[in-house]
Design a protein around this ligand. Structure first.
Ligand SMILES: [Ca+2]
Ligand SMILES: [Ca+2]
Length: 574
């Protein structure tokens, strides 16, 4: 994003230069009669079609301290020779057909007569990562930085940062729910069209608590200019979120009449990867005194935090949404250039204030959350993966001990050559075939897939759903699969049956684990057994012992059934 940001600044700069050049030329020459050097381009090492990001040599004159652009997009200057007659630059990764433009510090510029026309490479998306609902996620691949649009279920999702190997995308404001499966699609400048990626998981938003310091004073320096005694002191580790050092000002105050001083930053904090940026700082005023500052944006906005600080010698943390509370017109958080104006305000003649840090935090920071903690207190897992078949070593072939036939195997082994499929998620799945041994409506009881689930506490979910993706063989008709679940040391046995018939297309099948009546297969030969036999639902506060999949014959239909991603999620998947 740094680059993109620079581009937009450059465009503004160029716009200003262009709009002023005409009249300024005249004024300057009249007033000063100085011949400012003008960069001149005599030739380019390449013209016409040229690969994006490639190196190009520009020959000409007066190439000292220049900015180079192509159709307004900045190039990276690699080198300038001593005679200032030759420049080597890297073209940007995204630009439109146009001339090379060179600008110098004297607001003089010229452009090449030859035009450059971008040639974009193919874009390949290799991985779309899980999407934490409402937060950012990564898309990986080759030349993914020339993707111009990302869509989640056809809704545009803004791209936050771009590198050739990965882009970061924001999923905020799209109303995504954890557990949902979505399709991510793309528009790219590449000559190829990039295929959409289906079945991307939306998961619980666990994000790293992160922050960006505007000033933390830990290097012992401060940027205060003004009256009074301004120092950096040690011993502020009692302030939550602070390391050790803090800024200390002891100065006279002038109420609202004038400022005692100011603290200015030359940096624009790069908040592009923050989803929910907050302005967060820690202040303290000595017992019996007070002080105050307002926050300003050097672009012309300002904001207040009450109108005076009086913390009685205790540290106070203030954390507010960065984009809110500004006066003085529209505030652009991406261009925010911080400055503190130390006008004592309601602190009157006092201007005694300590500042431990001034930072941008991800979300509200109250000092209780330590950087590195997950945000929020949600302890629900993103989703519980029971069978994904990516751990291939745990899924050996299923062999019918009666006849020695292989009836279950990973991937396409048991699918007809004309009916090979890709995994629903990841690279692997599991398939059952037909050995001709089963009677109608009977199952492979000796060859079930089973997973131990005792360690998962499902009470954290509001409505845990179990879902599995199924894919039936082309023309094989309806298939039959039984999900069998055990609770209370396997005394309670409940089942849910599915009859998929999707002709070689994956579809997800799901049910509510605890909020839906299920078929009861418990053994009722004892009194306790009779009790379990009377239940229709499992208890969400008790662990489920085990979940088992039994592939069966649907009437006389030949069995070809693949499965993938048996997972537990919050709520249905769509
Ligand atoms: Ca500090
Ligand atoms: Ca898989």
């Amino acid at each position: 994003m740094k680059k993109i940001y620079k581009y937009s600044l450059l465009s503004i700069a160029i716009g200003l230069i262009l709009s002023f050049t005409g009249c300024e030329d005249k004024k300057w020459s009249e007033d000063y009669d100085i011949k400012w050097p003008v960069p001149q381009i005599s030739s380019l090492s390449q013209k016409g079609d040229v690969a994006i990001g490639s190196e190009i040599t520009i020959t000409g004159s007066n190439f000292a301290n220049v900015m180079v652009a192509v159709k307004g997009e900045e190039c990276t200057v690699l080198s300038t020779n001593d005679a200032e007659t030759e420049l080597k630059v890297l073209l940007p990764r995204i630009f439109e057909e146009g001339p090379i433009e060179i600008y110098n510090v004297y607001k003089r510029w010229s452009e090449s007569t030859d035009l450059l026309s971008p040639v974009y490479p193919e874009t390949k998306v290799s991985k779309v990562n899980d999407i934490p609902a409402g937060l950012q996620f990564k898309i990986e691949g080759e030349n993914v930085d020339i993707i111009t649009n990302v869509y989640i279920n056809s809704e545009n999702a803004p791209i936050l940062t771009r590198e050739p190997g990965e882009i970061l995308v924001n999923s905020a404001d799209l109303g995504l729910r954890p557990g949902q499966l979505v399709t991510v699609s793309f528009k790219s400048l590449s000559p190829n069209s990039v295929p959409p990626v289906p079945n991307v998981n939306v998961v619980y938003p666990f994000i790293e608590y992160k922050e960006l310091a505007i000033w933390d004073f830990e290097d012992g320096t401060h940027a205060y200019i003004g009256e009074g005694s301004a120092t950096v002191e040690s011993g502020g580790s009692d302030c939550p979120g602070n390391m050790d050092k803090f800024f200390q000002l002891r100065a006279p105050g002038y109420g609202w009449d004038k400022a005692s001083g100011e603290m200015t930053s030359n940096e624009v904090p790069d908040i592009t990867t923050f989803v929910n940026p907050y302005l967060t700082f820690a202040v303290r005023t000595p017992v019996g005194s007070a002080g105050y500052f307002q926050m300003e944006d050097q672009n012309g906005n300002w904001r207040h935090f009450d109108y005076g600080f009086n913390t009685g010698g205790e540290w106070m943390i203030i954390s507010q949404p960065l984009a809110e509370g500004w006066e003085g017109g529209d505030f652009d958080p991406r261009a925010f250039k911080p400055k503190l104006g130390f006008k004592a305000g309601n602190a009157g003649t006092q201007q005694d204030v300590d500042i431990a840090y001034m930072k941008i935090s991800e979300g509200f920071y109250d000092g209780a959350i330590q950087p590195g903690d997950p945000i929020g207190s949600d302890d629900r897992p993103a989703r519980i993966e029971l069978m994904t078949f990516e751990d291939t070593q745990n899924w050996p072939d299923q062999v019918n001990s009666g006849n020695g036939e292989t009836i279950g195997a990973l991937d396409n082994t048991l699918r007809p050559a004309a009916d090979q499929i890709n995994a629903f998620n990841g690279s692997h799945f599991y398939t059952y075939g037909d050995d001709g041994s089963l009677g109608n409506w009977s199952g492979y009881w000796g060859n079930t897939l089973s997973v131990d689930t005792k360690s998962h506490y499902l009470g954290v979910f509001d409505d845990a759903h179990l879902s599995v993706a199924l894919n039936t063989g082309i023309g094989k008709g309806q298939q039959y699969i039984i999900i069998r679940m055990y609770q209370y040391d396997e005394q309670l046995v409940l089942v849910r049956k599915f009859f998929p018939n999707n002709n070689s297309v994956w579809s997800t099948h799901q049910f509510s684990l605890f909020n839906e009546d299920l078929e009861n297969w418990s053994d009722d030969s004892t009194d306790l057994g009779k009790h379990y036999k009377s239940l229709k639902r499992m208890n969400p506060d008790e662990p489920i012992d085990r979940i088992e999949i039994i592939v069966s014959r649907n009437d006389a239909n030949e069995i070809v059934l693949s499965m993938d991603e048996l997972v537990i999620t919050e709520g249905p998947r769509y």
